[in-house]
Design a binder for this molecule. Structure first.
Ligand SMILES: CC(C)(COP(=O)(O)OP(=O)(O)OC[C@H]1O[C@@H](n2cnc3c(N)ncnc32)[C@H](O)[C@@H]1OP(=O)(O)O)[C@@H](O)C(=O)NCCC(=O)NCCS
Length: 178
């Protein structure tokens, strides 16, 4: 079972202790509207289901809860899973934790795990057109635009234009690790 660490963050698989915070933070539409597969409203049952399915790494799924190193506070989640189109990663933070560089630090740590520990040649992630902060996080990693398509957004209940970004191991590794 992998536990990852960066300067300010700890990453470990989701646990039942996360359910309450997940329900609160993912219940915020300003978070879920930017994610493809999170419903709105988001209930404790949804969080419980996620933790029971993704609390163990395997079957191509690597989900991590993001915690603050300084006090163990739950901040959000990040994960990688093997899709038909290749390994996709995604991330989110509770709204009070935005704007402090945590997503950039978390995405760098997760992609380093993908390249160095899982030995993947590339990973990809998509961002909805009206969520430029996430596009910026991906661009800073070295990810390149690789096409756009309409993608289901469960929380909004409609398809939304999604820009897909690909990050190769070559583009990532020369950069300094988080
Ligand atoms: C998107 C999200 C992950 C960003 O998290 P964060 O911790 O605030 O991100 P960071 O602070 O690491 O970086 C955000 C970057 O975007 C920039 N940014 C913020 N708002 C922006 C905007 N409207 N347009 C362009 N860039 C923007 C910030 O300045 C920062 O860049 P910098 O490091 O060069 O200053 C967070 O807002 C979130 O969880 N949103 C809901 C879920 C989500 O969108 N997940 C991603 C799905 S693809």
């Amino acid at each position: 079972m992998s536990i990852l660490e960066s300067e300010r963050l700890i990453f470990r698989p989701p646990r039942p202790a996360d359910i309450q915070a997940m329900t609160v933070w993912l219940g915020d539409f300003s978070v879920s509207r930017n994610l493809a597969e999170v419903p709105h409203p988001y209930t404790e049952d949804d969080a419980e289901d996620f933790v029971s399915r993704r609390g163990r790494h395997g079957d191509g799924y690597y989900a991590f809860t993001i915690l603050a190193k300084k006090d163990g506070m739950f901040l959000g989640g990040i994960g990688l899973h093997m899709e038909q189109a290749g390994p996709e990663f995604g991330y989110w933070l509770g709204k009070p934790f935005w704007g402090q560089g945590y997503a950039s630090e978390a995405a760098r740590t997760l992609t380093r795990f993908a390249f160095e520990r899982l030995d993947l040649p590339f990973v990809w992630a998509g961002w909805f057109h009206d969520n430029p902060a996430s596009g910026h996080v991906l661009a800073k990693l070295g990810a390149r635009h690789n096409g756009s398509r309409m993608r289901d957004c469960m929380a909004r209940g409609v398809k939304v234009l999604c820009h897909e970004m690909m990050l190769t191991r070559e583009a990532f590794l020369p950069k300094k690790a988080a």
